[in-house]
Design a protein around this ligand. Structure first.
Ligand SMILES: [Zn+2]
Length: 260
């Protein structure tokens, strides 16, 4: 047999803990699933005489699912061939229409790892890579059923009404009452990507900031549950991560709609 191990990057950033599907060359038949490791690597069995595999890279990782949203919020995957030992660069695969989506996917994961997962209750042993917990079962089952934040880009509502900024629905009905982020198109919102921000002398703070709202919401729900059931001291402990997002210690509103 020939094991194929390859690495996925997007603009120099490893695509960590993303869902990858091994397919036949048509992309129609699924042969297996994997989650990339912390270097963006995966391994599939290519069979006896091959040292490359056809894969679909899904725009979903352990943290968030990014949807292509200008019309209907649809899941995204790209079908590519990966050679053993190679580094696959998403920007070189001819799928430029969804390149920004994969960059946002990697960015949310980085914000979670850098900021949120060190705090209660995201540092609980049953969370780790999966802030909203990993269900039991194989990788395909986890892809289909895991609770995760969803993210619409570029968001439909903002395309129609540019004065509406990026915002987060804390408990979206379409995402099992979990957070849904709506990210304004980069052609109007210059703070999504570093290069746009640099060109316009603003901070590229949209993803870290809005992802913070998405991480607050499940905590808030947990706190409401704790307050109704248990002592106030427990709920105050759960509140600690919230203070980290604002230098004034002020609690942020859970979502916001328009430019102030
Ligand atoms: Zn905000």
């Amino acid at each position: 047999m020939g094991l194929v191990t390859a690495n996925i990057h997007v603009k120099g950033v490893p695509l960590r803990r993303a869902f990858v599907e091994h397919t036949d060359p048509t992309g129609l038949t699924s042969l297996g699933w994997a989650i990339t490791d912390s270097n963006g690597s995966f391994t599939f069995d290519a069979g006896l005489f091959s040292n490359s595999v056809d894969i679909k890279i899904h725009c979903q990782n352990s943290v968030v699912q990014v949807l292509n949203a200008p019309v209907l919020s649809v899941p995204i995957d790209i079908h590519v061939s990966a050679a053993n030992g190679g580094t696959l660069k998403v920007e070189k695969t001819g799928h430029n229409d969804v390149l920004d989506h994969f960059r946002i996917l990697a960015k949310c994961q980085d914000v979670y790892d850098t900021v949120w997962r060190q705090f209660r209750s995201y540092n609980d042993s049953d969370r780790g890579d999966f802030p909203l917990r990993r269900p039991a079962g194989d990788v395909k089952h986890v892809y289909n059923t895991a609770s995760r934040v969803q993210l619409n880009y570029p968001a439909l509502l903002q395309s129609a009404i540019p004065s509406i900024l990026t915002f987060v629905e804390p408990d979206a009905s379409g995402n099992h009452s979990l957070p849904l982020m709506h990210i304004q198109n980069r052609i109007i919102e210059f703070r999504v990507f570093e290069e746009d921000a640099a060109a316009h002398h603003v901070d590229p703070m949209i993803i870290p900031h809005e992802f913070g709202h998405a991480m607050h919401s499940p905590l808030c729900q947990a706190i409401r549950g704790q307050i109704s059931k248990r002592s106030t001291s427990v709920s105050l402990q759960l509140m600690q991560p919230m203070r980290t997002t604002t230098s004034t210690g002020r609690r942020l509103p859970s979502w916001h709609l328009s430019r102030q």
